[in-house]
Design a protein around this ligand. Sequence first.
Ligand SMILES: CCCCCCCCCCC/C=C/C(=O)SCCNC(=O)CCNC(=O)[C@H](O)C(C)(C)COP(=O)(O)OP(=O)(O)OC[C@H]1O[C@@H](n2cnc3c(N)ncnc32)[C@H](O)[C@@H]1OP(=O)(O)O
Ligand code: NDP
Length: 271
Amino acid sequence: MATLSGVDGKGIIVTGGGGGLGSAMAAELCRLGARVVVCGRTEETLGQVAEAIGAELGDGRAFAVTVDVRDPASVAAMADRATELLGAVDGLVNNASGLFPVKAEELTPNGFDSVIKIVLNGTWHCTAEVAGRWLRAGRGGAVVNVLTPYAWMGAPGIVHNASAKGGVLAMTRTLGAEWAGRGVRVNAVAPGWMPVGGTDFLAGDPRVRRRLIEAIPAGRLLRAEETARATAYLLSDDASYVVGEVLTIDGGHHLSKGLYEFLDELPGRVS
Ligand SMILES: CCCCCCCCCCC/C=C/C(=O)SCCNC(=O)CCNC(=O)[C@H](O)C(C)(C)COP(=O)(O)OP(=O)(O)OC[C@H]1O[C@@H](n2cnc3c(N)ncnc32)[C@H](O)[C@@H]1OP(=O)(O)O
Ligand SMILES: NC(=O)C1=CN([C@@H]2O[C@H](COP(=O)(O)OP(=O)(O)OC[C@H]3O[C@@H](n4cnc5c(N)ncnc54)[C@H](OP(=O)(O)O)[C@@H]3O)[C@@H](O)[C@H]2O)C=CC1
């Protein structure tokens, strides 16, 4: 019986690997057989993530490397170190991000720039560096960008992050088509809200939590591990014909439109 090839034996870089989703993603990719470099700016949290994975799965599976994705020189140094640690880099997950809720009219130019530099420019710097090495070496690889449905829906209250994610969506489709013929695949996952990491603060407010869950047709929140498994698929050779695609994992949240819940009350409806 044929089995899925998965990420077993692959070397993968996860940016923002010290964060809520990044750390869960790194651990799940390692459980699926990968070896992972978690990178970000904070050495301490990265070390804790690598240590926890080591305690669960054994040494030599996860490594911590510092990087500032806004700085191309720092990204190049991270890629050098990741190659030494992993032997070969087969995949890149662009997960690092920045966000704070703000009314658009109150957002300063520097506030807008601060998020664009991390999310849009940072994704580009990492992709250009890592995929550039694959292209020059004449070998393939897989990039997965972490989006969210508001990359195409928009999100009042976070114009900086929504604009950056929209740019990364265009980057995903553009590079997906530009590099597919040379074995470099670029795809994305678009998870809905997970009560982890940068939006954990929302989870404690019962009004926010209830409103978010009510809008999700699947009727529950997403688990970080589910996003990790979707990412693993796109990184794997099973997805070798998947190019410039966005795998949405949001329980139908972005499709939750219309008046379905009022259907039985509408005049003129024949049941
Ligand atoms: C709220 C709506 C929720 C909808 C829920 C539904 C779905 C949820 C989907 C969630 C998707 C998640 C996306 C994410 O990206 S989560 C990741 C979040 N993680 C982080 O943000 C961690 C990293 N963050 C940071 O590094 C910083 O927060 C920052 C992004 C600001 C970057 O730091 P940096 O050091 O570069 O920036 P500064 O602190 O120097 O500030 C730069 C300018 O930005 C202004 N600023 C900063 N914070 C705020 C704030 N809270 N409100 C307003 N303005 C802010 C700051 O004043 C600086 O501007 P000025 O120089 O002009 O003053
Ligand atoms: N949580 C959620 O519900 C959802 C999250 N997402 C996406 O998932 C991803 C992870 O989010 P989440 O885990 O919630 O957030 P976190 O804040 O926990 O993670 C963000 C990570 O990005 C890193 N980072 C920020 N700036 C830089 C930088 N300049 N260079 C390198 N690393 C940086 C941070 O580390 P450090 O500060 O140490 O550098 C941190 O580890 C994001 O792309 C987000 O948009 C998508 C949908 C829903």
